[in-house]
Ligand binder design. Sequence first.
Ligand code: ADP
Ligand code: MG
Ligand code: MG
Length: 877
Amino acid sequence: NKFVYFFGNEETEGKNSMKDLLGGKGANLAEMANLGIPVPPGFTITTDVCLLYLEKGAYPEEVIDQINNAIIKLEGVTGKKFGDTENPLLISVRSGARVSMPGMMDTVLNLGLNDDTVIGLSKKTGNERFAYDSYRRFLTMFGDVVLDIEHEKFESVLSSKKKSLGATMDTDLNADALKELAEEFKAIIRKETGNDFPQDPREQLQMAIDAVFNSWNNQRAITYRRLNNIPGEWGTAVNVQSMVYGNMGETSGTGVAFTRDPATGDKRFFGEYLMNAQGEDVVAGIRTPEPISTLRDNMPEAYARLEAIYMNLEDHFRDMQDIEFTIEEGKLFMLQTRTGKRTAAAALKIAVDMVNEGLIDKRTAVTRVSPEQIDRLLHPTIDSQAEYEVVATGLPASPGAAVGKVVFTAEHAEEMAKSNEKVILVRTETSPEDIGGMDAAQGILTVRGGMTSHAAVVARGMGKPCVAGCGSVTIDMACSSFSVCDITINEGDYVTIDGSTGSLILGEVELVTPGVSGELDTLLAWADEVREMGVRTNADTPHDAQVARDFGAEGIGLCRTEHMFFGDDRIPAVREMILAEDTEIRKAALEKLLPMQKEDFIGIFKVMEGFPVTIRLLDPPLHEFLPKHDEIAEKLASLEAEGASTAEIERIHKILERVDSMEETNPMLGHRGCRLGITYPEIYEMQVRAIIEAACELKAGGMDIVPEIMIPLISHVNELSSTKKDLVAVAESVMAEKGCKLEYMVGTMIELPRAALTADKIAKEAEFFSFGTNDLTQTTFGFSRDDAGKFLPFYIENSILPSDPFAILDQEGVGELVKIGIEKGRSTRPDIKIGICGEHGGEPNSVKFGYNIGLNYVSCSPFRVPIARLAAAQAVI
Ligand code: ADP
Ligand code: MG
Ligand code: MG
């Protein structure tokens, strides 16, 4: 078995594709060596050894042999000897997992030094200061990293040394001072561990290797893996590498750089370096590093070589690289290269630029930007330089950050917005009456409610930041204030919310609005070429429909008609309709609504010309449109006090009785959806008439209109067949009246488990399915989505559920029902069109799942359309 891989020009045994075995750092060191790039030679001990060691607590004999042989080889290549007192070989010991992992063991440099070899190093280089600088560094790193002594213990001795000598920087210390430090550091080690610092280089190496392996299972590393879904079975490799010295004086140094600007993506070399320094000095902030551009002036030859190398690396890896280098007396060495982390804006720019430069193809570019990054690009964010304190955290219900003055009512929000004030609407929870105020506000904060609460759904639809379910906030309406951990915030005070993280911050924090460039359009167009699944939107107004069209939506997957029933001009007629005592009165009220509803559809159809528009007939329980019991009771009391006529009092009394009689214990499982349409057929008849009249009129004007009428909340096929028969009759008669022949479809939502399980029967009646995964999640889990906020956060925190099923589709349970629904539906109607219109339609993992189980399209809120387009393309690749 091969456990050790050598690297260093001709001798290199590994390569870039061996990351699983050699770790990211080791594989790329080998790859650089293969490319003829100057890399200090060394060897990588594989991740297999880590796993063996962690399991057995010891190495197989073979491993020790292979390490010893590698050291001999390294001595040959470098012409130095490990532990030699004349020309000692010094090495670094570096951890390196498959992916770069903060929390793992830090690097130990200059290993192999001891009281004798340090003298040899000094003599050989003729540079005593350098030798003892290396020694004190090694003692600190070995003490800190391998022996687990607090870094501060060494640091404070170093500081007092500098102070006593009037030195400000490490580089001001001379050889004698550094020599003293070495003695003092050894004393610290003796005191802290009870043992002398190990002078034997072989022992030092063994201890360092063990420490790297053990660090795979330290708490920091475990936590990092858990947060980033990195399996514990990977293990880490160890890289043992001959030292090159950036601390040999003013013609030596060390630095880090990115081949392109990681913040903007601009094609310019970007980095920092320090002269006469080693390892972490650049990032440790002891001295202020110089920008890489000054290296060109100071060391033109080394710079020219660095430039050639970074271009070569970018060409080779075909991605932006994050590199580490060291210059030893004018000679350049590369110590690391990896794919560079970057902001969302940079990811986008680099992906598009690299296609234009011919470095990558369009498919690759589509994989280089994550859906989350697209999300970030579409919303303002908190300035990364800003300093602030988060006072409370709720659910990240709708992304983006917003700043404004606190208001507590929708009316107030609208008023303030009219005078151009920026406001944050703070509510216990929102209801459909708050829509105007939500629209006027910069952002919304609610105390109660989950990821699919009214506030969350509406805010996402509007593209407004929203923090929902921020339970530590208590609103005091009487005082127009809210409090959170002993702090009181009054109406008119500024707050900042971040709907991407769920944070509430007091005061105004600086925001940045990312510029959405033409590059986004370009990348999304490439995504469209790749993807096979359609992307539609959930939109109820011409405005939202237009926003979604601009974002590339190819139709509407869910137009909720109930939102059209709110609004000052409509609600009286809606209430009249609901409170009607007989069919005649109800019909008369519906007559009033018909023209308004028709106008709505005309507006939406126009925007979506040529694309399908799925209209869902009325869904919510009717009492949502009625005034609340208390409101009417109050009115009644004041009428009585005023001495109003008995007839008037009687009338209001009746309304109160009716409202009370309509109250339901479980409204979400109550008289709603198709159950309304079946018991009050006039309502759906009016809606279908409005849809077909609108479509016929536009068609007469030469427009191509494709309405899809969707009946909600079917559990039994009979509900659908009876409703459908009625509605088709209405549609046919409208077309006859208008002398118009129109293509339209009638289909249903699958949002109850029974519907999914009997989808074969339902598909005989339904021409399309749309999975309403919000209700389907609610009814599959039996979780009320309005009340789940009380326990879901606890579930997630304690790993009872992996994530909020209202945000990320539960593939195992709810997803299984969707799968069954698709299979059964297609078994009786093979060409049935199937989509999903829950909030999951714009969630990247759920989109991918949807593709894999054969959906024809996903439908999501307008601002998520670009995310869904990209996720759908990535699902194919
Ligand atoms: P990290 O993963 O924290 O970046 P590294 O193993 O890359 O840790 O080491 C950090 C730094 O230590 C490197 O960037 C380099 O400056 C220095 N270093 C590591 N190995 C050597 C070496 N053989 N010679 C000189 N410097 C080294
Ligand atoms: Mg590094
Ligand atoms: Mg529903």
